[in-house]
Design a protein around this ligand. Sequence first.
Ligand code: URA
Length: 281
Amino acid sequence: MRGAVESIVDELKRLKESGVTRVYLEDASVTGLKRALHSRFVRAHTGEGSPSGNPDGLAAAVPLQPPQLAIPGGDKSTRLEWLRHRVLHCPVCNANTRPGKKVVFGVGNVNADVFFCGEAPGADEEIQGEPFVGRAGQLLTRIIETMGLARADVYIGNIMNWRPATVSGHGNRPPTAEEMTYCLPYLKAQVEIVSPKIIVALGGTAVNGLLGPDPSRRMGSTRGRWFEFEGTPLLATYHPSYVLRNGSLSSKRLVWEDMLQVMEKLGIPISERQRNYFKTA
Ligand code: URA
């Protein structure tokens, strides 16, 4: 299982390859990094685990034991509200959230037919405490609206409830396997309560989180394909951030083709304009 130190090293390598020669580190990040490296050194030399259970001791503790949830009875809204309260008060989620920022729980319609699942909150999301409200979120909202739906018709959640910490305190990094394992019961509980007809997994982290990791999986050959998550059809597609970064018309067209599949499966009428959206663009 990859830890936070490996993720940081990967990030530093990526930065170096893109020409960055210096990174600014906040004092708190330096302290966290020293702690991580120290606990790694101790473990390597004594075989002891870190007391927190977090292999790197970076940021706050991520216990190896994911939360055990006994969702109470009641209607969907009551159960979802119970879960929301549980997540927003989760000590681990809060300990991993930057000071002054928010833990992020899913939003939308508890009776939604479609459950969009992303990766993790970014800078805008941890400020507003809502998933997909930044640039990628605005693109997702446009996609949903082009399908003839509104954000309020669907449910939007993330694998992670907090924004994964970076050494510099800036930018985003993919969650570690341990972070994902910790947060997954919260996401699974949201899926169980909403019980959508379709899950749309946005990007590789969502696909790996929901279907289980597969090192040979590539999004290029996974997107557009149907899978199953605990009995619910799951469609894999590109993450809106990838579409923004990639910028090509073909990546937009592929995501749109995937959304047409979702509409077809749900029996949502598709107009000529929707069908030909990118053919005429
Ligand atoms: N990217 C995600 O995966 N989730 C968000 O909430 C925002 C950006």
